[in-house]
Design a protein around this ligand. Structure first.
Ligand code: FNR
Length: 342
């Protein structure tokens, strides 16, 4: 199977991998405020994270690594939507374009369509510091994501089996790159201890990429005879992983992603301690099934929902939202209790 076919499989099965809303978000409840003392027009969604000025806490997370004409088309349309809505956008893994210069155009289109936007480069943890610099230059990136995908690799017969030296490589990349480096999971979450290790290696931003959304174990298991199906249920649910990360003992920027579908999920992710929320599968599905105008409309709708929730809570800014009281119940409560996090 060619690289393009494998990547197209990922997109096809990600679209089939219909996201039911993760019930773990229901464990988190806001406290109603009868006297919020605020107008809808007071609410501001702009903020800055890790030195990047963003007009929205929502961003388009990495998708469509692998190159080819379909990657070009999807990246182009996502870049146009990102420009129209003011969202930051991460591209999918650029390794294929580092190996084959003929593939560069499929990523370069993102900067071409959105010359002034915040664009995030993406590579896997096998990347060297030379790879990192080349990926950043390719799209004049404002930040770089390094993704960790142990479970996806283990679920693929042709996937990596050796995960040694990852932290050392990340440390060497952080040392030579002069833009923020975001280390991200791809749907299995991170613990507080992982976040602390990354912070010690010099990483200043992480995307916890929790479970509950696009599930790469399930996707890989759909592509062939099922082998490691126990990984389908693996991972740390997104809201729990955000709380884990927020309890780390370092001053690190936390990004939440994995299964976000509604304005309420986004508000909860931010209130639990995330500084931004990445969305991938849900946006891809809207783009592929209904087109770029529908995706733009949905992003505008999410901004509206978030503004209404912030008004109801009396939160003028995202910093205010991060300080509203929350009630935590169910699996999340028990998890935090056992982990000694409160
Ligand atoms: C991804 N994701 C991803 N992540 C990454 O760091 N590099 C990549 O190349 C890709 N490729 C990719 C392709 C497709 C088709 C999808 C749907 C996703 C993972 C993505 O950024 C995100 O971490 C997960 O999809 C979980 O978020 P959602 O989809 O639940 O919002």
């Amino acid at each position: 199977m060619s690289r393009f076919e494998r990547k197209w499989d990922h997109i096809r099965f990600a679209l089939e991998n219909r996201q039911n809303r993760s019930t773990v978000f229901d464990d988190v409840k806001f406290l109603h405020q009868s006297l919020p003392n605020i107008s809808v027009f007071d609410v501001r969604l702009d903020h800055s994270i890790g030195g990047l000025s963003l007009s929205s806490p929502i961003f388009i997370n990495a998708m469509t690594g692998g190159g080819g004409e379909r990657t070009f088309q999807i990246n182009k349309e996502l870049a146009i939507v990102a420009k129209r809505t003011g969202l930051a956008m991460a591209v999918g893994s650029q390794m294929s374009a580092l190996k084959d210069k003929g593939e560069r155009y499929t990523y370069e289109v993102v900067r071409k369509e959105n010359p002034d936007g915040v664009i995030i480069a993406n590579l896997g943890s096998e990347a060297t510091s030379e790879n990192a610099k080349a990926a950043i230059d390719m799209i004049e990136a404002n930040a770089l994501q390094i993704h960790l995908n142990v479970i996806q690799e283990l679920t693929m017969p042709e996937g990596d089996r050796d995960f040694t030296g990852v932290l050392k490589r990340i440390e060497s990349i952080v040392k030579v790159v002069d833009i923020p480096v975001i280390v991200k999971e791809v749907g299995f979450g991170m613990t507080r201890e992982t976040v602390d290790s990354l912070a010690t290696a010099g990483v200043t931003a992480i995307d916890i990429g929790g479970s509950g959304g696009t599930n790469f174990a399930e996707i890989e298991n759909k592509r062939r005879e099922k082998i490691f199906t126990f990984f389908n249920q693996w991972g740390i649910p997104t809201p729990i992983s955000i709380i884990e990360a927020a309890s780390n003992s370092n001053n690190i920027t936390i990004i939440g992603s994995g299964g976000f579908l509604t304005g309420s999920d986004i508000a909860k992710g931010l209130a639990l301690g995330a500084n931004a929320i990445g969305m991938a599968g849900y946006f891809l599905r809207i783009l592929m099934e209904k087109g770029s105008d529908a995706l733009q409309e949905e992003i505008e709708n999410l901004h509206k929902e978030l503004t209404m929730i912030m008004t109801a809570l009396g939160a003028r800014t995202l910093a205010d939202l991060q300080n509203v009281p929350l009630i935590i119940s169910g699996e999340t409560y028990h998890w935090l209790h056992q982990r000694g996090i409160d």
